[in-house]
Design a protein around this ligand. Structure first.
Ligand SMILES: NC(=O)C1=CN([C@@H]2O[C@H](COP(=O)(O)OP(=O)(O)OC[C@H]3O[C@@H](n4cnc5c(N)ncnc54)[C@H](OP(=O)(O)O)[C@@H]3O)[C@@H](O)[C@H]2O)C=CC1
Ligand SMILES: O=C1O[C@H](COP(=O)(O)O)[C@@H](O)[C@H](O)[C@H]1O
Length: 518
């Protein structure tokens, strides 16, 4: 175990609903284990898993051990595991039954009598969303939510299916928990480089004065995935890329890129600024959607030279399903800072590379004194790389060494080892445990995001926005390329795990590229 940190997370009982599920195995137990391994968990932190399956405490610990071996990058050291295992308990229960919550409550009370947990309780709902409202209600009715110290509710996505269902869920949660006790997860907010957007913007005087419509021509945000729908069709058929990615992760990145500087680095000050972006986000009517939003669905194609099926051939997908596996959109933020600057966003499954990047394109020089070999001058770009590489690079123009005065674009690059960054869930659990909800979504953010998305979903449902197709392994349908045709003319390439060099940044300069690196 790493040295004990001086700042340990406060004691509490951590109750994990859905403890036998996929998310718990792949992300949550690995994140808890990492916090334990780093010495961040105080002695008085106990973990109680619950789900319908029958396990003894010992058998459940064995399951967790297997999950850690599969999903933690490093080897699991036996001594660390043994001490982590002591924290773990299991109580069988069905969230449809109040009496099961009462048994769980009695178990938690027993634990609290045996050791000091500070009277605090954390509840993590890692279950199908249909259980969220009822679980919150039973937490209250069973007395589990009656604590001597603090109580917090971490809730997984999706938060509703549209504005109406999200508002209904929020009302249900509000009967048992106050807004400041609710931690709505958006795991993109736990990513190192998403959190870094604020720092890049507000800690560098060379960027902030340029961060507006006088200097920036457009912003592009891409989150592309190589995987298809995998075995998640029963969920994905109800969400599509619009609800799965745009309503939450993509809009969060738009907010982080476009927000005003907060007056102080305080949770509510930051969230207030984010929410103002959504208030200024231009909403499209159902009829307008087709002009600004492109939806696509992948057909059979090639990924890395291997044939893969189309979405309609995937298991449990409805015949003739109209589900969107790709969405691109042109957004406008109608405030002083961003008036007239298009924010292009796109996300899709079965695309050529797995990558999340934000490309900020600066305006052209007012007059071109210099030209590259193609007779123009490439724009300056600031690219924030979120996944899988963590870093950023700037594309600048410099003179190629020699006497011919040719100007070439270069990429000045910074990247850090993503392996060293804590995983998003580790960071978010840490924040929830210290009571910092900055990187969780507040209800007004969620509700405004749904109000923006609802007319788009309606246009998709009614066919007012056509469903385009794209072959697996392509960058979405042609219509997505047409969206950017006028400005800037292309989607800037994203690189996945490749290091962008000038050779890849601007391919027409490939033969003559110079590359500057720190
Ligand atoms: N998996 C992922 O990668 C991601 C998941 N999420 C979200 O996380 C949440 C969980 O997803 P995931 O882990 O994939 O889902 P799973 O279907 O894998 O797990 C669901 C969990 O809920 C338990 N459960 C089901 N019904 C009941 C019930 N009536 N009473 C008590 N427990 C019950 C199941 O255990 P048992 O059958 O033993 O009762 C299981 O532990 C969802 O909200 C999902 O949207 C978000 C992002 C990514
Ligand atoms: O929330 C989700 O995100 C993942 C993509 O997350 P990333 O961290 O790998 O970029 C996506 O695959 C999934 O469909 C969606 O539910």
């Amino acid at each position: 175990m790493e040295n004990q940190t001086t700042h340990q997370l406060p004691p509490h009982v951590f109750v994990l609903f859905g403890a036998t599920g996929d998310l718990a195995r792949r992300k949550l137990f690995p994140a808890l284990y990492q916090l334990h391994r780093k010495g961040s968990l105080a002695d008085g932190i106990s973990i109680v898993g619950t789900a319908r399956s029958e396990y003894t405490h010992e058998a459940f610990r064995d399951e967790v051990h297997k999950a850690l071996k599969e999903f933690v990058k490093e080897d699991i050291e036996d001594a660390v595991w043994q001490s982590f295992a002591k924290r773990i308990h299991y109580v069988q229960g069905n969230v449809d039954r109040l009496e099961d919550f009462e048994r769980l409550r009695d178990f938690v009370l027993e634990l609290e009598q045996k050791a000091d947990h500070g009277g605090n309780r954390m509840f993590y709902l890692s279950m199908a969303p249909r259980f969220f409202g009822e679980t919150a209600l039973y937490l209250k009715q069973s007395g589990l939510a009656d604590t001597k110290g603090w109580r917090r509710l971490i809730i997984e996505k999706p938060f509703g299916h549209d504005y109406a269902s999200a508002a209904e869920l929020n009302d249900q949660l509000a009967t048992a928990f106050a807004e400041e006790e609710i931690y709505r997860i958006d795991h993109y907010l736990g990513k190192e480089m998403v959190q870094n957007i604020e720092v890049i913007r507000f800690a560098n005087s060379m960027f902030e004065p340029l961060w507006d419509n006088r200097s920036i021509a457009s912003v592009q945000i891409t989150s592309s995935e190589t995987v298809g729908v995998e075995d998640r069709a029963s969920y994905y058929e109800t969400s599509g890329a619009l609800r799965d990615m745009i309503q939450n992760h993509m809009l969060q990145m738009v907010m982080m890129t476009a927000m005003e500087p907060p007056s102080r680095l305080r949770t509510e000050a930051i969230r207030d600024e984010k929410v103002k972006v959504l208030r200024s986000l231009r909403r499209y009517s159902v009829d307008e959607v087709k002009n600004y939003v492109v939806r696509g669905q992948y057909t059979a194609g090639q990924m890395n030279g291997k044939a893969v099926p189309g979405y309609l051939e995937e298991p449990n997908v409805a015949p003739n399903s109209q589900t969107d596996t790709f969405v691109a959109a042109k957004l406008f933020i109608d405030n002083f800072r961003w008036a007239g600057v298009p924010f292009y966003i796109r996300t899709g499954k079965r695309m050529p590379v797995k990558s999340t990047e934000i490309v900020v394109q600066f305006r052209n020089m007012p007059k071109h004194l210099y030209f590259n070999q193609a007779g123009n001058l490439g724009p300056n770009l600031l690219v924030i790389r979120i996944n899988p590489v963590e870093g950023m690079y700037m594309q600048l123009n410099v003179k190629r060494p020699g006497t011919d005065n040719v100007v070439v674009p270069i990429a000045m690059e910074f990247s850090q080892s993503a392996d060293k960054s804590p995983e998003a869930y580790e960071r978010l659990l840490h924040d929830a445990m210290i009571g910092d909800s900055t990187f969780f979504t507040r209800w007004d953010e969620v509700s405004l995001a749904w109000k923006f998305v609802d007319p788009i979903a309606e246009a998709f449902r009614t066919g007012a926005a056509p469903l385009h197709t794209y072959a697996a392994g392509e960058w979405g349908p042609q219509a997505a390329h047409d969206l950017v045709k006028e400005n800037p003319g292309l989607w800037w390439p994203v690189y996945g795990d490749q290091t962008p060099s000038v050779e890849t940044v601007v391919s027409r300069e490939r033969a003559n590229a110079v590359e500057v690196k720190y």
